[in-house]
Ligand binder design. Structure first.
Ligand SMILES: Cc1cc2nc3c(=O)[nH]c(=O)nc-3n(C[C@H](O)[C@H](O)[C@H](O)COP(=O)(O)OP(=O)(O)OC[C@H]3O[C@@H](n4cnc5c(N)ncnc54)[C@H](O)[C@@H]3O)c2cc1C
Length: 498
């Protein structure tokens, strides 16, 4: 493509959402993506292939603060990590945009407010086909209904919700981005393989499903298997992007550059682009303030069988009420529904007297999220060999444990006509679980403490913007993608007028 106006790095939710705004406004966009299209094949729905063999995860190894290598939960494909995500979509609450005090420190305010994103959240929910029932979650920041009604609860989830309501714990249909019943290339929807699986039917609302068709046309080009290596710059301007493509290095040029490689890879690209990490880094904040939520997986084993195939319709913010001055411990949602092969692969779930098949037959799996504080020492660094180091100290740990424990206590008190809890255990997700990564290039009004302006342009460069979750100054305790999409639509709309 000649005369590129905008060069976008990364085809995930952030990059594709901004591209939509630009292409709709008649602008010329080149997008590069280091990965290729994820193959649509039987293994997409095979838990041994997806979880056991990690077929779609990067084989890269990074290094944690103890000097140990780990394989990150990262997926480099067209559509980004959202090819394997759970598609649970929340707006951040109004209070999440202000300062939120925790015992261990302050969650900082954003330079924009909820109202700056509100109309883009509306668009993002429509684009990502979100199904839900807003009226059932008192923490919701708007009364506007979701574009689609809630997905139907299967029997065990219905029983769980009814029982929890009786014990005073409110829940709601988890807002999920999906078009059930969609089929593509001969693949039908299969909700039994949803969260953490790629979806060959394109029913799950990932960027390939919701954005790529609308981008096609003479004004958009996608180069796959093209990895950005470093920005070339002069006098406060990016003047080129060095990339590797089919084993060759070349320089791509555009009027403006939009980085959306994910919060860790974008920070890496910045650190690679200047001597001693000096690129766009007059604040000294590039790569710092890494957050990824404190997350735990939980497994509950009940006396009754749990026949549900798609259990991802339960959410509760009973313990996350930032707007109401109430509890801040975090949010809880169900995972898809694990099968025996997944239980086999998770030794922390194993119980005497149960084999993996019985654990799957009687089990429900939950996911717990607590807000992470932006600690400057939690950072991405590159060593002299270019290897990525990820330093991660946990904050709000006691609060997170409280969330997990209180939910377990609530399950143990379910009334007799609901489910009967036999066993409950959880596991804190390790550093490799960097799926909710954010904060590494935070935005702010003050160029001495932030990397990006409130419009996500680098303070130090005139023609470079960032669209992935790097810009978050705080993480909230809710899934990040809808906010990444809404912000990318906001920034993309502004860029289209330049
Ligand atoms: C198993 C799993 C479950 C999840 N569940 C949820 C959920 O339910 N709800 C939710 O909100 N979020 C969820 N997430 C997180 C969600 O996937 C991310 O928030 C979202 O994908 C971030 O979008 P992004 O565009 O910022 O980055 P990404 O999706 O990471 O996209 C970045 C893209 O850039 C490409 N790239 C990276 N480096 C380069 C380079 N140097 N050159 C060229 N291209 C590059 C990558 O290959 C990738 O395609 C989940 C993630 C996983 C893995």
């Amino acid at each position: 493509m000649k005369d590129i106006e905008f060069l976008i790095i990364g085809s995930g939710p952030g990059g594709t959402s901004a591209a939509l705004k630009l292409v709709q406004a008649g602008r010329r966009v080149l997008m590069i993506e280091r990965g290729d299209f994820l193959p649509k094949e039987a293994e997409n729905r095979d838990s041994q292939a997806v979880y056991g063999e990690r077929r779609y995860r990067t084989s890269e190894r990074w290094i944690d603060q103890e000097g140990e290598e780990f394989q990150p939960w990262m997926h480099f494909h067209v559509g980004g990590n959202a090819k394997l995500y759970g598609s649970a979509h929340f707006r951040f609450r109004e209070a999440d945009f202000g300062e939120v005090p925790y015992d261990e420190g302050m969650s900082p305010a954003w330079p924009i407010s909820y109202s700056d994103l509100a109309s883009y959240y509306d668009e993002a929910e429509a684009l990502y086909r979100v199904h839900g029932n807003r009226s059932m979650d008192a923490s919701e920041p708007t009364g506007r209904p979701y574009p689609y009604g809630p997905l139907k609860d299967e029997p065990a989830i219905s029983q769980l919700k009814r029982g929890l309501t009786e014990t005073g714990i409110s829940s709601f249909p988890l807002p999920v981005g999906v078009s059930p019943g969609e089929s593509s290339g001969g693949w039908e929807t299969d909700l039994a393989h949803f969260d953490a699986y790629p979806d060959p039917s394109l029913s799950k609302a990932d960027p390939e499903a919701v954005a790529l068709d609308s981008l096609q046309g003479g004004r958009f080009e996608l180069l796959t298997k093209t990895q950005a290596l470093r920005f070339l710059h002069r006098d406060g301007q990016v003047i080129g992007l060095e990339v590797e493509r089919e084993g060759q290095r070349e320089v791509l040029q555009a009027e403006r550059y939009l980085c959306s490689a994910g919060a860790i890879q974008s920070a890496k690209l910045f650190l690679n682009s200047g001597d001693d990490g000096a690129f766009a880094n007059s604040s000294g904040q590039v790569g710092r303030n890494y957050m990824a939520h404190l997350c735990s997986a939980g497994s509950a084993t009940f006396k009754e069988a749990v026949p549900d195939k798609f259990a991802k319709t339960f959410g509760t913010n009973h313990w996350y009420q930032p707007d109401r001055g109430g509890c801040l411990a975090g949010s809880i949602q169900t995972q898809g529904k694990w099968d025996a092969a997944q239980y086999e692969l998770e030794p922390w779930t194993h119980l005497d007297g149960y084999d993996s098949r019985q654990l799957a037959e009687h089990g429900l799996e939950f996911f717990f999220m607590t807000e992470d504080l932006p600690l400057p020492q939690n950072r991405i660094q590159l060593d002299s060999g270019g290897r990525l180091h990820l330093h991660r100290e946990l904050s709000n740990r006691a609060l997170h444990q409280q969330l997990v424990d209180e939910f377990g206590a609530a399950l143990a008190e379910l009334p007799t006509d609901s489910l009967t809890l036999r066993h409950y255990r959880s596991q804190l997700m390790p550093v490799a679980w960097c799926t909710h990564q954010c904060g590494t290039l935070r935005f702010g009004l003050d160029p001495t403490t932030s990397v990006l302006t409130p419009d996500c342009r680098a303070h130090d460069l005139d023609n470079l913007w960032v669209l992935d979750g790097s810009f978050f100054p705080s993480s909230s305790a809710l899934n990040p993608t809808l906010t990444i999409v809404a912000n990318a639509l906001r920034v993309g709309e502004k860029l289209a007028t330049l």
